[in-house]
Design a protein around this ligand. Structure first.
Ligand code: 4AD
Ligand code: MG
Length: 430
């Protein structure tokens, strides 16, 4: 019976054949232990000299790391393995003998691993992270589809810059100038006026000269936008959505979380509601924690976000930032126009901001004024302003950074491990 490692539980006591690679191997004169992987999972194959033909045992002993093979064996339950099953090997058919594999079981430096990212992805740890990434994406589609949202795909090549003009990737669009999308938000606002509740999921690009554990040059963002939703409605969608993805990973990725050594007790209580504190309260909290330099009007850096998050055991919303710190499209608080109706969601354990969102300006004159104050071209934003001329309504939305969210859920230090081929300040290879 041909099967995969993920399916072996259906064949306990039976003989199966699996197409696999050799991840690792230990052998003595009488027995060989093959750590096998096939993409769907990892299983140990046991080859006993006394139970197989001599050529099969010799094949097991001579096969090199990352060689490909068809392995046949009887599935056994095995309480000692975290996976729960192992294979008593009866036959081995070599497909391709690998040359010396550069990533050995010993420790390697990060730059070496990044140079070999195309191979590093095969490791158990990277496999676990990619499986969790897949689950976060699956749960995202599930959440928004079950809650009446329509998926809309905004363009990647754009003529405008929602998140400021300093971090744009410029390219030529025949005779015109174009930019790679920093955010699909403005297009999602147009889509929300057509379809009510919408969400996007796509790559975004920021030419940020930041070399931190939270910054990628190319990252993936989920951007929901909802017509008739105001500030508080927006926060409720966010806490429900983030809780849904965390609970889905807990339910479906126990083995992967174990592989990563993640302390899941810190994820279990991620359920609505999340605490909300204002920017003003956050400043006060920072002063109490000894950050005496920070003043009203300053933006928070990573150490500030980490210190604020330490006071909460779930993600926390920081709301009502100073207008001067945020993009032109955010709705000012009607009672206090020096702050906007926005919120950043800060993850626990030092993972920082995973969501930025706000209510949007829906008044034509105010939006025009804000564009002018930001010295943005009224020509380029003509279509965006027009949305405020034909049945303009209050609306809100947010953007969740996929890689930062995965880094937090997986408990991995750096976002570079959460995307298959990271684009970083000094890295375009492989
Ligand atoms: O806070 P940001 O810049 O918000 C926007 O782009 C809005 N237009 C979204 C919206 O309202 N539709 O980015 C949103 C999130 C951040 O909270 C962060 O998680 C992630 O995107 N992010 C990054 N992730 C990795 N590397 C970077 N360089 C990132 N910049 C932002
Ligand atoms: Mg932000």
């Amino acid at each position: 019976m041909k099967t995969t490692i993920a399916e072996v539980h259906k064949y306990v006591g039976q003989e199966v054949t699996i197409g696999a690679w050799l991840a690792n191997k230990r052998s003595s004169g009488k027995i060989a232990f093959l750590q096998l992987r096939d993409g769907t999972g990892f299983i140990q194959g046991v080859v006993e000299k006394s139970q197989v033909n001599e050529d099969v045992f010799q094949a097991a002993k001579s096969i090199t790391q990352e060689s490909s093979l068809y392995v046949t064996g009887v599935v056994r339950e095995d309480a000692r393995s975290p996976f729960g099953y192992e294979l008593s090997v009866t036959n081995i058919e070599l497909i391709h003998m690998a040359v010396d594999y550069p990533i050995t079981p010993k420790e390697h430096g990060i730059e070496f691993l990044m140079d070999h990212r195309h191979l590093w992805l095969r490791s158990k740890r990277q496999h676990a992270i990619m499986k969790i990434r897949n689950e976060v994406i699956r749960a995202t589609y599930e959440f928004f589809n079950e809650n009446g949202f329509v998926k809309v795909d905004p363009p990647i090549l754009t003529g405008s810059a929602p998140e400021g003009t300093t971090e744009l990737f410029h390219t030529k669009y025949f005779d015109e100038d174009a930019y790679l999308s920093q955010s699909g938000q403005l297009y999602m606002e147009a889509a929300a006026m057509a379809l009510g509740k919408v969400f996007s999921f796509g790559p975004t690009f920021r030419a940020e000269k930041s070399k931190t554990r939270r910054h990628l040059i190319e990252f993936w963002m989920i951007e929901p936008e909802m017509a008739f939703y105001q500030f508080e409605d927006n926060l409720q969608v966010q806490e429900q959505y983030v809780s849904h993805i965390v609970q889905s990973v807990l339910k479906r990725c126990q083995l992967e979380l174990k592989t990563l050594g993640r302390d899941t007790s810190k994820l279990e209580n991620v359920k609505p509601p999340f605490a909300r504190i204002t920017y003003d309260e956050a400043i006060q909290l920072l002063h109490e924690k000894g950050f005496n330099d920070i003043q009203w009007g300053d933006d928070f850096g990573a150490p500030h976000e980490t210190a604020i998050a330490e006071s909460f055991d779930k993600p926390v919303f920081i709301t009502h930032y100073p207008t001067t710190l945020k993009p032109f499209y955010m709705q000012p608080d009607p009672n206090r126009p020096e702050v906007v109706l926005c919120a950043d969601l800060i993850a626990p354990e030092g993972y920082g901001e995973i969501i930025g969102g706000s209510e949007r300006i829906h008044d034509y004159d105010l939006l025009k004024q804000r564009l002018e104050e930001h010295q943005l071209s009224l020509d380029a934003y003509k279509w965006y302003l027009e949305l405020r001329q034909y049945g303009s309504v209050p609306h809100s939305g947010f953007g969740l950074g996929l890689e930062r969210t995965i880094a937090w859920i997986c408990g991995v230090e750096h976002v570079r491990e959460t995307i298959p081929f990271p684009r970083l300040l000094n890295r375009l290879y492989p």
